[in-house]
Structures are given as structure tokens and as C-alpha cells.
Design a protein around this ligand. Sequence first.
Ligand code: TPP
Ligand code: MG
Length: 438
Amino acid sequence: MFGIVGIPVTELAIAAQASGIKFIGMRNEQAASYAASAVGYLTGRYVECCPAPPISMAEEMAVSQAVSFIVHSRKPLLIIGKGAAYSRAENSIRKLVDQCGLPFLPTPMGKGVVSDSHPCCVAAARSRALQYADVIVLLGARLNWILHFGLPLRFQPDVKIIQVDICAEELGNNVRPVAALLGDIKAVTEQLLGQLNKKLWKYPSNTDWWKELRAKVKSNEETSKALSLQKGLPMNYYTVFHHVRELLPKDCILISEGANTMDIGRTMLPNYEPRHRLDAGTFGTMGVGLGFAIAAAMVAKDQDPKQRVVCIEGDSAFGFSGMEVETMCRYSLPIIIIIVNNNGIYSGLDADTWKEILKLGEPSACVPPVSLLPNAHYEQIMSAFGGKGYFVQTPEELQAALKASLAEKHVPSLINIMIDPQSDRKKQVSVPSFSLLP
Ligand SMILES: Cc1ncc(C[n+]2csc(CCOP(=O)(O)OP(=O)(O)O)c2C)c(N)n1
Ligand SMILES: [Mg+2]
């Protein structure tokens, strides 16, 4: 149970503890509710008083229609969403990918349902896969802004969408599907598999589509690798994530929020297991990270005390719920917070430029709205409460700090990594923009 006491909640919290329910006192209700939602997601536990909901299956007719579109597709793509992780559909979806040889793309929290290291994963060619697929199967993924609403120019205008979702209101949102499969993702995937198996259908691995996707995966991975191996200081995002990836245990729970920090981290930090990534998700809401991390650490303590929880935050994102570091220290949760600090929201200013800007006059009139204070020592917030804080400027310091944090079993750590405030993500695939001119 997560909450904050006050009259009359204090009695409730005490009563909960007396009846054997753990109570985690948070610093803000919003973080408490994020934490509670994350426990549900990670454990799949239903409220004790409610029976588990019935498992619904799609109409056989809709399944047959979907299968017909899949087997006639030239450029198929599976998109695996958070719904697939929620419904614990990983075994069925892995079977679908393995048996049919279909390229797949996970959404941010769909990562790990099928491992990012699977040869059919085309996450590194995301834009290309979305832009040219002719048939897309959405498995618990929704055509919201994370997927560019399913609309051109990010998608083909005549792309055929097969939508699998538990929620009837979601069917047909933004794009009208050619087949709408209403039901539990796991059950419906089994239905699809049943029919595809009868046809002994497999998407060939030597099609032009596969060749195009593989070439794009390779070239994008090479670009990221070149950026991650740059030796200059301050570091860029890619160098930071490269070193973090080298040291993180494969089974850790990764939590992330921020803009560039979250987006680049998604591509640079692989997930191997389902429900091992929590991030700002559908609405990109900043402030979720520390509550999620506390929830994940409580679940880990219960189920697998050796499992590590790593929370990767932009410096702005961290500020939203930063006081929850006290909660982490109070309950001795060995969470590792990594702040990728670029002195701002999307980008910031270096200390010298900052000083020059202040000379221009009243700060509220001339400080760029995206800027935060340069070189803020966020790690001191952690040490103020007895946790471990590290201020890091080089790859060597980063490695040392992360190794020390991973060795720490009872106390949280915060690694504040200064990066180039102008560091950016690599160029996106350019999509021609609409012109307002005739
Ligand atoms: C609740 C909320 N308020 C504001 C925003 C707008 N917003 C989007 S990303 C972001 C922070 C990005 O900065 P940072 O976390 O430092 O990541 P960076 O891009 O610098 O790596 C903000 C404030 C939001 N998404 N959610
Ligand atoms: Mg930032």
C-alpha cells in the first residue's frame, strides 16, 4: 500500500500495517499512485476482493480475415505493445514470431515481450518498418502519438491494420482496421497461431522487405555505435548509454523518463524479458520514474531480492518527483538512479554561456525556457539522506560509480552524469513534411 498519512488516513495506514499489509509512505500522492499502478503491472495481481476477469476471445470470422491479410502481405510487421506485456502473452507471441518469421517492433513498454536481441526485432529500423509496411498487426499496441497515430507520412496511406485489443473503444481509433480482433492478447494470439499453423505458413526470410529491414538495422546500429565510441568530453548520450549497457545486469528492471534521455535510452538499452521496462509511456508524463522505481524495488524485494532496479532520468524529469529519494533511503531500497544531465529540457547551456546570458538582464526575461541551472549537483540530494551520490564527468568515473552502486545492496545511489548540454539524438529518417505553400 502506497500513500501519505494525515487525518484520517493515519489510522488507515496503521490498521493496514496491523493486518499485515506493508505501507510505504511516499512524499507526494501522485508518486504513490504511480507506484501502486506499477505493482499491478509488474505482478499481475488483482485486487484481492475481485475475481480474475474472464478471458475473452475474438470472433473466428475476424481471426480468419486477419490471417488472410497476413498470408497475402508483402511487407508484414507485428507491433508488440504494453497490452501484450500486461496480458502475459509472451510465450504465445514468441511462438508466433518464431514460427512465422515475422519482423516485429516493440513499443516502449512492449520491449522484452520478445527479446530485443531476437533476430526478428527491427527496432533499430523503426521508422523504415512503420513507413513501408503493408500489413501491420497491432498486438496490444495503440495508434496514439507514440505510433504517430498510424497516419501518413509515417505510414503508408493504404496500410492494412489488424488490431488486437482487449478494449472495444480502442478499435478503429485514428485508422480503420481491416480486421478488428476484440479479446485477450494471449488468447487471440493463440487463435491466430492455430489458423496460421493449419496453413503451415511462414514469411520467407529472403524477401526484399527482410533485406531492406536488415540493411537499415545494420546501418542505424553502425551510426549509433560510432556515436557511442566518440572519445570527446563532455560525453554525449550514446557514450553514456554504451557504458551503462556494458555494466547493467540483463535481468534488471529499467525505468526511464525524460525526452532525449528516454528516447535514446530506449534504443540503446536492450530488454530481454517482459515487464522489465517502465517508462513515461502513452502520455509521456514526466514524474513517474521514482514512484515506479520504488514499486519495482518493493516487488523485487518480495520476489527476487538480487534483482536490481535502475532508474534512468533526464535532469528535468528527475525534478518532478525528486524528493522520493528520501523515501528510497527511508526504506533502504538499493535503487540506482542515473541522471543524464544536460542542464535542461531537451538541451541546455554550458556554465560560461549561462553567465553571459545572466548579464543580459532580468533572468525571467532572458533565460531560455528549456534551460535548467548548469552543473546542478543532484547527487547531493541523495547523500543528504544517507544514500550514495556520485558526480560523474568521464567514462571512467561513470564505470567506477556504476560498479560501486551495483555492489551496494541496501542503500540507494544516484549517479549524476554531466553530458554535453548540446548533445542531440542522431538524425531521424527524414519524412517529407507537409508544405503550406500551394
Ligand atoms: C507532467 C509533464 N510536464 C511537462 C512535460 C513536458 N516535457 C516533455 S519532456 C520534458 C523533460 C525533458 O527533459 P529531461 O528530462 O532533462 O530530458 P532530456 O531531453 O534533456 O534528456 C518535459 C518537461 C511532460 N511531458 N510532462
Ligand atoms: Mg535534460
